[in-house]
Design a protein around this ligand. Structure first.
Ligand code: AMP
Length: 448
């Protein structure tokens, strides 16, 4: 299957060739013809599956071919996303794919002044990528009108609900034209997502893609049991010992994020933070500096990092495990993209055992453990594994998915056909050196 067979026209095919996209991903194969035909869509696909192009390419083609001219303060296609970073990211994709097409695009999100956004919207915009809160502000101030909206895209809909945008979404749905195409993308089809979709999508084509062929399968994942207070030293030690290059480090809280960056900087390391309390401009600067190689260690919280597209990241370190097991999947999605191999190392302290169990339940596999000599924990991490949690107990964020079952589209996640345990791939560099030196996995490797 190639992009031409999906019905994309010459201009877009040329752009894709320039970008080096040769084969459509599974979600693109299914979504592109359906979106071109004007169908509604409900797609279970997460970051790394090529979902952005799956809706952006056919949308751009339809908008470029349409006769409609956008009116003042109007929008022809609306793309709702949970975070500012994802808004920037999705907007950048629209610009990249739509280069040379007569389709205008713009991104509007909170945390920055609303006035320039109001000014830009006066001329109307074909594709508006927006976060729900700011969009509603703009709507209430009559800066944007919805009567020309022909397509609505909800990107990472589950995350929008997690972040508490349910009310904003309901208000926006009520204000949008009833006659429209609706495309809903979500990592999971939870009950909340189904009820969000109910009555708002017309006979949607249901698409579920397993992340098997995308990032996740090529990511080698493992756990280092360690006492909480020794995690920073462990990070510093392993970085040096394994010769780690650039790393992305995930932490649970904004405070933890700042504290870790402070400690790393105090050691003379080029570290920076991405979290929700930092102004948008400085978050983007940190990301750009990381991409440019000026920042060695980027420390991020889950919300801020969601949707960040950083290619070829070899290593992700989970300094803390996330509260919500699904966030683990999103974290490790930062590495091993587009077929590259990647590594995800989780530092786990005894108190995090329930979170580890929840993750292993989601993966349907225990993660192998590998203690680091000199950092063996005084407080042993209890045995974990899929069977160790009948019902994972996790702090539940507002409208969150904590405690939900394993989504069907993750069945088979990280299966190794040759029977290798999860998190162990032979012949790899970096942190694999532990195995190469013949150290035994930690006691908990028995896992279940
Ligand atoms: P997404 O899932 O939309 O976040 O996309 C993940 C990454 O895959 C992005 O860096 C895209 O540029 C890239 N990508 C999307 N579709 C393709 C494709 N068909 N071939 C190669 N790379 C792709």
């Amino acid at each position: 299957m190639n992009f031409a067979e999906l019905g994309l026209d010459a201009a877009l095919l040329q752009t894709l060739e320039t970008l080096g996209y040769r084969t459509p991903t599974p979600v693109q194969e299914k979504a592109i013809p359906a979106v071109l035909a004007g169908r509604d869509l409900m797609a279970a696909a997460q970051t790394g599956t090529g979902k952005t192009a799956a809706f952006a390419l056919p949308l751009l083609q339809r908008l470029a071919a349409g006769e409609d001219k956008v009116a003042a303060n109007s929008v022809r296609a609306l793309v709702l996303v949970p975070t500012r970073e994802l808004a920037e990211q999705v907007h950048a994709s629209f610009r990249e794919y739509g280069e040379g097409l007569p389709v205008s695009t713009y991104a509007a999100y909170g945390g920055v002044s609303i006035n320039p956004q109001m000014m830009r919207l006066r001329r109307g915009v074909d594709v508006l990528v927006a976060t729900p809160g700011r969009l509603l502000d703009l709507f209430r101030q009559n800066a944007v009108k919805f009567r020309q909206v022909g397509t609505l895209v909800l990107d990472e809909a589950d995350r929008m609900l997690d972040l508490g945008f349910a009310e904003e979404l309901a208000t926006l749905f009520a204000a949008l034209p009833k006659q429209r195409q609706t495309l809903l993308f979500s990592a999971t089809f939870s009950d909340e997502i189904r009820s969000l979709a109910k009555g708002r999508l017309r006979d949607p084509l249901s698409v579920e893609v397993s992340p098997r062929n995308s990032a996740a399968q090529s990511v080698s994942q493992w756990v280092v049991p360690v006492d909480k207070k020794r995690k920073t030293d462990l990070l510093l030690f392993m970085r040096k010992d394994r010769g780690w290059g650039q790393i992305m480090v995930f932490v649970k809280t904004k405070k933890g994020c700042d504290e870790l960056v402070g400690r790393l900087q105090a050691k003379g390391l080029a570290a920076d933070a991405i979290h929700g309390d930092r102004p948008q401009a400085s978050r983007l600067r940190a990301l750009e500096a990381f991409k440019a190689g000026e920042v060695e260690i980027l420390v991020a919280t889950d919300v801020a990092a969601r949707g960040l597209d950083i290619d070829d990241l070899p290593l992700v370190v989970n300094f803390d495990l996330p509260h919500v097991a699904e966030d683990y999947i999103h974290r490790i999605g930062r590495t091993g993209r587009a077929g590259a191999s990647g590594e995800a190392v989780s530092f786990v302290s005894a108190d995090e055992a329930p979170l580890l169990s929840a993750i292993e339940t989601l993966l349907k596999k225990p993660l192998s453990r590998d203690e680091e000599p000199g950092f063996e924990p005084k407080h042993q991490v209890p045995a974990t594994g899929p069977s160790a949690v009948a019902k994972p107990k996790k702090p539940k964020p507002a409208g969150g998915r904590a405690g939900k079952g394993v989504p069907g589209n993750w069945v088979g996640f990280d299966d190794f056909p040759d029977g290798r345990p999860a998190g162990r791939a032979p012949g790899r560099g970096g942190a694999r050196s532990t195995a190469a030196r013949g150290r035994k996995p930690g006691a908990g490797a028995r896992g279940r």
